[in-house]
Ligand binder design. Structure first.
Ligand SMILES: NC(=O)c1ccc[n+]([C@@H]2O[C@H](COP(=O)([O-])OP(=O)(O)OC[C@H]3O[C@@H](n4cnc5c(N)ncnc54)[C@H](O)[C@@H]3O)[C@@H](O)[C@H]2O)c1
Length: 470
């Protein structure tokens, strides 16, 4: 058999080299390319492979490629993703760092690279636009193909991308090539299971693009919802996360109000929701962070700034983002109050941050409020230590604690930022409670109400978000 050695380290049988046929619409099992094999791209590539497509995964980060190939070779960590990698890598899923090798063999190209926010809170899309330029540098790679944008985008971006592609290639979208925006709505840590079942929003540039995208999506599962335009699909995606974080901000502002009136916000929420189906208020927390919840509401602002200027106040979701951004600051404020009650300040105090993942039971630390609290505390002179049983990242610029039981005795405060299962267990363990009592100063600042039972316990100073904090 003849092999193509461009697939670094791995061989690709020649029969997988397909020439684009201009007819994605007629095929159900085809060759597809996924650009960006991160959290979303990997799950998508695996599901497409499982559906019977031949998938070419393009990834520029050599470390990520090494890690993915390592799974195949060592068979370690049997997560659902790794088990599927084992099954499909080099059989129906082929990895490469070469964009044009991946695209030229495929009839549909899914783009799942990261999109970000600049330091002044504006959408940062240069990586995506550079990628589009790169794709268009070979017009033959554009011709006849369907491009599906999966990365979260500000409203109007799909049309801007089409315009760039048309200008660079002289071709026409809807006739010579096809583009659809099909947002990803899964939770990062449940990507594989949710992607197979959640509804798929299809926002084609034109009807033909929508039809072609729907045809491939149907093969991986979930209801197909065709939006009238790419803008509608872009907006639906942003609404999801803007709505969620607005609800969280409502709960967090309630928590501040409860603290003011010396009430318990967790009890307040429980009672307000109890047997009253019109209320569905979430519990408050010491931070609402993560890659998507911090970025998406700011993307939504792009179309709203004229209204905000005209009426003199910002959107609800923008204010909600600000309200959520305030919670880590408030956590630090509670910590300072607690330390001052025992005659201490942040300077020179040992603080253990429990939880640096952005939410419970995940290893994802992107835009984490726990890390933000850690940096702010260090900036004010505290000695900060981190403990997170879910996170295995080694290159954090803070000392990591492996054995919290040993570490606690040297600490002046424990600050809990997420409600990992492990922390809930810990809050019920009499041995740990005793260790807290034995801390250098037994202060607990709780962002999730996990340690509420410690309130009023002799020898422990408990301060919590949404708590009376007498
Ligand atoms: N993670 C989530 O929970 C989630 C959920 C819904 C939507 N999204 C959106 O999906 C998109 C991807 O998110 P993610 O979490 O998978 O990001 P990620 O950072 O985990 O993955 C992106 C991958 O793309 C690679 N990449 C970047 N530029 C590339 C290029 N030019 N060529 C090839 N590879 C390239 C990166 O190396 C990285 O591995 C983002 O826009 C995000 O907002 C993410």
């Amino acid at each position: 058999m003849d092999y193509d050695t461009k697939w670094s380290g791995k061989f690709l049988p020649k029969h997988t080299r397909s020439v684009c046929s201009n007819s994605v619409g007629e095929m159900t099992k085809t060759n597809v390319c996924v650009v960006g094999i991160g959290r979303i791209g990997l799950a998508l590539a695996l599901l497409l492979a499982k559906a019977g497509h031949r998938v070419f995964g393009v990834e520029i980060n050599p470390q990520t490629l090494r890690k993915l190939r390592g799974v195949k070779e060592t068979g370690k960590n049997f997560t659902p993703e790794n088990m599927m990698l084992h099954r499909f890598l080099d059989k129906r899923l082929f990895l490469t760092e070469d964009l044009h090798v991946g695209i030229s063999r495929s009839e549909a190209v899914f783009i799942a690279i990261g999109t970000g926010i600049s330091s002044d809170g504006k959408p940062e899309l240069s990586t995506l636009f550079n990628l589009v330029e790169d794709i268009c540098s070979k017009p033959g790679d554009v011709s006849g193909r369907l491009f599906v944008l999966k990365s979260t985008l500000p409203v109007g971006t799909t049309r801007e991308i089409v315009s760039v592609m048309e200008q660079r290639t002289g071709m026409q979208c809807g006739k010579d090539f096809f583009v659809a925006f099909c947002p990803e709505r899964v939770l990062g840590d449940k990507a594989l299971s949710e992607m197979a079942s959640l509804p798929k929003i299809i926002g084609g540039y034109d009807k033909k693009s929508s039809r072609k995208a729907a045809k491939i999506y149907r093969t991986i599962g979930g209801k197909i919802i065709v939006a009238q335009s790419p803008e509608m699909a872009e907006l639906i995606k942003l609404v999801d996360n803007a709505y969620r974080q607005t609800r969280f901000a409502f709960a967090n502002d309630l928590a501040l109000l409860a603290e003011h009136f010396k009430l318990n916000a967790y009890e307040l929420v429980k009672m307000a929701n109890d047997s009253y189906s019109r209320n569905d208020i979430p519990f408050p927390s010491g931070g609402v962070s993560g890659y998507c919840l911090t970025k998406d509401p700011l993307y939504l602002e792009r179309g709203f700034s004229d209204v905000a200027i005209k009426r003199g106040f910002p959107s609800v979701w923008f204010s909600a983002r600000k309200a959520n951004d305030y919670m880590p600051v408030h956590m630090i404020d509670l910590l300072k109050q607690a330390l001052s009650r025992v005659g201490k300040g942040l300077e020179g105090s040992n603080i253990l941050i429990c939880g640096i993942a952005y939410k419970e039971n995940t290893e994802d630390i992107r835009s984490s409020h726990g890390l933000e609290i850690a940096s702010r505390l260090r900036g004010e002179g505290a000695k900060v230590f981190l403990w997170d049983p879910c996170v295995h990242e080694k290159n954090l610029q803070f000392p990591m604690v492996n054995n919290p039981e040993e570490a606690l005795t040297a600490m002046d405060a424990l600050v809990l930022t997420v409600k990992h299962r492990e922390f809930i267990k810990m809050s019920e363990d009499p041995k740990i409670i005793q260790m807290i009592r034995n801390m250098r100063t037994p202060i607990v600042v709780d962002g999730w109400g996990v340690f509420q039972k410690l309130s009023g316990k002799k020898g422990i100073l408990y301060m919590g978000i949404g708590f009376p904090n007498e």
